[in-house]
Design a protein around this ligand. Structure first.
Ligand code: THG
Length: 372
């Protein structure tokens, strides 16, 4: 197989693009129509830095959708089954979003950035159009835009040292998903305690897209004392931790209850959010599949899966594995999977149809590692 993806202006460059090229990026994916680094050529070193040190990631592809105006919060309430009561400025909340069939279509982090403004930090589906369409159809007084805001994640057990050296000790007091507006050498930022790993850390939302290379350099310089290096949302760690990637782990029928997001659903609140009736029906019928882990036999996997792998039991398809990796810490081949409840509750006898042939497997609960 030898081919390349054609480049063009439809796929956007992150404000950190030049810096990531200079840092030696070797592989990009696209996310919200933007190049997003996935590797710098040494996955083992990138994993090690995230688990034991500190790593910096261009995740500008996690675009923001701003809802601004008198009806901003009411629009947000229509977009998610999560209860948004008690949200104050400076707080964030994880808000799974569904369509009218109760299918999970995105799972942003919501931030209340002002009196009449919230931002949704979205996964890889076009939520700006969805949110605006709902606002227009309901005649709401709210403007939906994509602001100039680009997250740079600083993740790993030493992230707190790097970020407090740069910003001050106040960052240690931030609660999970809490954030503050700040400035670093004249660069406007939001500093949030968040990030798509279970190793702890922060996200700097760059609020001036012309200053990406300047911000990258400042973080790299402050992190040098702690051995910082470039990285990306880490495939192995995210499988170990059971973090969900909408689109990779889900299909056109996945609902939040089978994805383990029941604790974020409030179906009894007095809001007619999108998908309410369908989700109530799903609860009444009981879930048919469950997002879980599988442990596979055989030699350590040497590459990740380029598509969802079919999983069989007694010769029947019972679902799919969505993200597979060899975990150095567990010394297991592991994968996230969406399979029938019966298969997820069984003691084994699963067969994962990998790219390099079938492998015997057994189900287990997520996360694979409870102590991070
Ligand atoms: N940061 C920002 N934007 C994002 C992501 C991010 N947009 C895309 C994607 N990630 C959105 N999806 C997630 C999924 C999981 C989490 C955050 C964003 C997450 N989950 C924790 C967990 O599952 O344990 C905590 C959830 C909770 O308890 O509320 O952190 O990473 N800016």
């Amino acid at each position: 197989m030898s081919f390349a993806i054609a480049l063009g202006p439809r796929i956007r460059k992150s404000p950190f693009f030049n810096s990531t090229v200079n840092a030696g990026v070797t592989h990009f994916t696209t996310y919200n129509h933007m190049y997003m680094p996935v590797s710098y050529g040494d996955l083992a070193a990138e994993y090690d830095r995230l688990i034991h040190g500190v790593s910096m990631w261009d995740v500008a592809g996690e675009r923001q959708v701003s809802l601004k105006g008198p009806d901003a919060i009411d629009l947000a309430r229509l977009l998610t089954p999560r209860n948004l009561d008690g949200l104050t400025e400076g707080m964030g909340r994880y808000i799974p979003m569904c369509n009218s069939r109760g299918t999970l279509i995105n799972d942003p982090v919501l931030q209340k950035v002002g009196d009449d403004e919230v931002w949704l930090s979205i996964a890889d589906t076009d939520m700006k159009y969805w949110a605006e369409a709902v606002a227009v159809a309901k005649g709401m007084n709210v403007t939906v835009t994509e602001p100039d805001a680009s997250p740079l994640a600083i993740q790993g057990p030493k992230a707190v040292e790097v970020v407090s050296d740069l910003m001050g000790d106040w960052v240690r007091e931030l609660k999970y998903f809490g954030f503050k507006h700040a400035e670093l050498a004249g660069i406007p930022l939001i500093v949030a305690r968040s990030g798509w790993s279970k190793q702890g850390g922060y996200e700097f939302y760059l609020l001036d897209g012309k200053k990406g290379d300047q911000l990258w350099a400042l973080v790299a310089e402050a992190g040098a004392a702690y051995g910082i290096g470039p990285g990306a949302p880490n495939y192995i760690e995210r499988v170990e931790s059971g973090l969900i990637s909408v689109g990779a782990d889900t299909d056109d029928h996945s609902n939040p209850f089978e994805m383990g997001m029941g604790k974020f659903m409030d179906l009894d609140q007095d809001v007619d959010f999108i998908g309410k009736a369908a989700l109530k029906q799903i609860v009444a019928d009981g879930i048919k599949r469950r997002f879980c882990g599988v442990i596979m036999d055989g030699e350590p996997l040497t590459s990740t899966n380029s598509h969802q792998w079919d999983i069989q039991q007694n010769g029947q398809s019972v679902g799919f594995a969505s993200a597979a990796a060899y975990s150095p810490r567990l010394d297991w081949n592991i994968a996230t999977a969406l399979i029938t409840v019966d298969a997820a509750d069984s003691d084994g006898g699963l067969v994962v149809m990998t790219d390099t042939g079938p492998r015997n497997a057994r189900p287990t609960a997520l996360p694979f590692r409870k102590d991070n």
